[in-house]
Design a protein around this ligand. Sequence first.
Ligand code: FO1
Length: 318
Amino acid sequence: MMVTALAGGVGGAKLAAGLQAVLPSGDLTVIVNTGDDFEHLGMRICPDLDTVIYTLAGINNPETGWGLAGETWEFLGALERLGGDAWFRLGDRDLAVHVERTRRLADGQPLSRITAGFCDALGIGTHVLPMSDSPVRTLVHTAAGTLAFQEYFVRQRCVPVVTGFAFDGAKYASANFTLNSISQTGLSAIVICPSNPYVSIGPILELPGVRDQLQARPAPAVAVSPIVGGLALKGPAAKMMTELGHVPSAAAVAQFYSGLLDGFVIDRADAQQAELIRATGVEVLVADTVMLTDADRTRLARETLEFAATLTVRKDGG
Ligand code: FO1
């Protein structure tokens, strides 16, 4: 059963790990947002790719969701003593990935090949694809000016009020995947993970041709809501929605993905929104979507795939 998942940071990585656990090795392709990537201390940092890779390898820090378990911070402490830029917390072991990725990029290797090499080295059977090999940079327009994504997210802790987004380079970047080439091997489902719609999935949708491909999808597409009870489980998705003039809700996420979905998975806490979403022609599964344990991820992944298997692609592309 071939499955393609679109994912960004922590929530996306958790469901991707659940999908990996329930699918035969090699059947899952995870397309990962690279709009969060940036150059820092002379290195290329790809936070969402690393979050997905570490989570799929089972070596991620379970408290933060990003970075490595059992990490130490000697490098960061030494950097701080020198007066260096220590606001973005790079752990000692995590550093190895950034140094080696930067070296391979300087050697001329594409990000997709470097990522595949890291996955092999870490024993990950899933195909992890950066959304593009060309740099795309998410910019956050705020009341305090336009900020590079990590400036907004980490340095300013998502405090500035968001007025919009831009995805620098997206227009000229080519996607590292086509759903049709994946579907030749019998694609069964497309899963949009419970990641931030604006800044984790949004950049993937901005790549040339991707939205069209999803509209003409070769297999049913299902998204899992990252909003539960009007709140984001992690990160600023609900805050962003409010600031952009929407009421944060699962239904608002479904609306954001309008035309791209056959099914939508919402939490039991939001069961009363099911009818509203169904009225837009999208099937709804009400499930427990909060993933606290490995068992939660696996159960949600299984239920999402079983739900997708009951769906057919909406012919109106709607
Ligand atoms: N997120 C933070 O909130 N603070 C950090 O200091 C931080 C460091 C960091 C280092 C490596 C890495 O792969 C991810 C890191 N993240 C950090 C997460 C990162 O900012 C992601 O962009 C978000 O999780 C959004 O997906």
